[in-house]
Write a protein that binds this ligand. Structure first.
Ligand code: SF4
Length: 451
């Protein structure tokens, strides 16, 4: 690794940069994209094509203080039940626009807490989804699982609906850290959820962990990582805690004086990485690990991995259809986001229309820049010739985008034979290097830390 002095000089410890789960990033979305445009995009999906669909459930039983997700608390099933009815209305609107024979290659329920849905709601919602577009052969159906909000009837309903992947939120197992981030969750409760999923034949389990939490020390993160390894997940997402209290009021409850410094965050990541790699996991991109036989590791090895709003994915569908409040979709023509406010979303759908609030229509060199940024964050290298061939542009135009990169971030990349490679030592700077190819992002204050 480059020395801390070098990394500091290159701006790693001060920079605030996008995570680039899309390009352009969501703050660039504008209200010019609405129902009419997105209806055309949906209708243009060819008959028989496989697509992906993301369903957002914006409710939680508990509101963890560290979490910046758009979600709202509820203690009863009523608002959740009413929301599921609205989702079904939205699915009926989508069905009317989709061509015959469209199937789902990837289906993901996220939130919020999708496992707040009662068993009959799970059955009802999955039935409505599959009436809109059935799962394709070999499709992946994944759901984000809160171990404190799941039981046998809900696991049975998910398994019966065809769930074959699950993502389990852990963050950290240390009780003191859990207390200061407002998320109590014992190892035993988590293990029960893992066992329940495995018992039902759910073949692929992901666990989400965070580094950079308040009071997190080398010993504490090592203990959490070892506990995660003992649960035998197939993949791990090791995200940096993003302290953005200007976006998430709940985070004002987090004791900022107990947050690790950027240098300590890098150390914490390194300790976790070494343990995962030592346990046989492959390091994937900037923040994931997977068993070598896992689909993500295979896609990574083959150079076919992609990056979308859920992070790294094997999903290569041409379209990701957004369902639910604040959900974001991607089409060959651009991005579209539903109304972020649950009440506005529900009002529009109940009035019989889609609820697209904003988005972005790809223009100019957007797709070229998007692909370069995606390649850099997936593989730490971008093959400009391949991007040029893919998008029908001269390779010189892409090489020109890298003009000045070496002067701005010296010793971090090489450009040889049309391939830009991020040097191993400079990998912590990948998001900063990717940002060099971002023609939109001119502000720095609103993003999370680069490390
Ligand atoms: S971490 Fe999960 S359960 Fe906690 S507030 Fe965020 S979405 Fe809800």
């Amino acid at each position: 690794m480059q020395s801390y002095t070098q990394l500091r000089k290159l701006g790693l410890f001060d920079a605030r940069v996008p995570r680039y789960t899309s390009y352009p990033t969501a703050p660039q979305f504008k209200p010019g994209v609405g129902n009419e445009i997105v209806s055309d995009w949906l209708s243009a999906i060819p008959a028989g094509r496989s697509v992906s669909l993301y369903v957002h459930v914006p409710f939680c039983r508990r509101l963890c203080w560290f979490c910046a997700c758009r979600t709202q608390g509820t203690q009863t099933a009523e608002p959740v039940g009413a929301y599921v009815e609205t989702l079904k209305l939205e699915l009926a609107l989508l069905k009317a626009l989709l061509s015959e024979g469209v199937t789902l290659e990837h289906l993901h329920w996220g939130g919020g807490t999708p496992t707040l849905l009662q068993p009959e709601m799970i059955t009802d919602l999955s039935t409505a989804i599959f009436e809109t577009a059935p799962l394709a052969a070999g499709a992946q159906f994944s759901v984000e699982i809160d171990p404190t909000e799941i039981d046998d009837p809900r696991l049975d309903a998910l398994a019966a609906a065809g769930l074959n992947r699950a993502s389990i939120g852990v963050q950290d197992f240390d009780p003191m850290i859990q207390e200061v981030i407002g998320r109590p969750q014992s190892y035993e409760v988590t293990k029960r959820a893992v066992d329940g999923l495995r018992d039902r034949g759910i073949g692929s389990l992901n666990i989400d962990l965070l580094y950079g939490l308040p009071h997190q020390t080398e010993a504490r993160i090592a203990d959490s990582v070892n506990k995660v390894i003992s649960l035998d997940p197939d993949r791990i997402a090791l995200f940096g805690y993003a302290h953005v209290p200007w976006m998430s009021k709940r985070q004002q409850l987090i004791p900022t004086e107990a947050l690790p410094t950027p240098e300590a965050r890098l150390e914490l990541y390194g300790i976790a990485r070494d343990l995962f790699v030592g346990a046989g996991f492959e390091e994937i991109g900037i923040d994931h690990f997977a068993k070598p036989e896992d689909g993500l590791a295979i896609a990574h090895c083959a150079g076919t991995m992609h990056r979308n709003f859920q992070g790294y994915t094997e999903d290569k569908s041409p379209a990701l259809i957004p369902v639910g409040a604040s959900s974001i979709g991607r089409f060959p023509q651009g991005y579209a986001q539903n109304e972020p406010s649950t009440s506005k979303y529900q009002a529009r759908v109940r009035a019989g229309e889609l609820a697209i609030a904003k988005g972005h229509v790809f223009a100019g060199d957007d797709l070229v820049r998007a692909r370069v940024i995606e390649m850099l964050l997936c593989d730490f290298r971008a093959d400009f010739k391949a991007v040029a061939a893919e998008h029908g542009v001269p390779v010189e135009a892409i090489v020109a985008m890298a003009d000045g990169l070496d002067a701005a971030l010296p010793g971090t990349t090489t450009l040889e034979d049309g391939v830009l490679t991020i040097l191993d030592d400079a990998r912590p700077l990948a998001r900063i290097i990717a940002r060099y190819f971002d023609a939109y992002d001119m502000t720095s204050a609103r993003h999370s830390q680069a490390v």
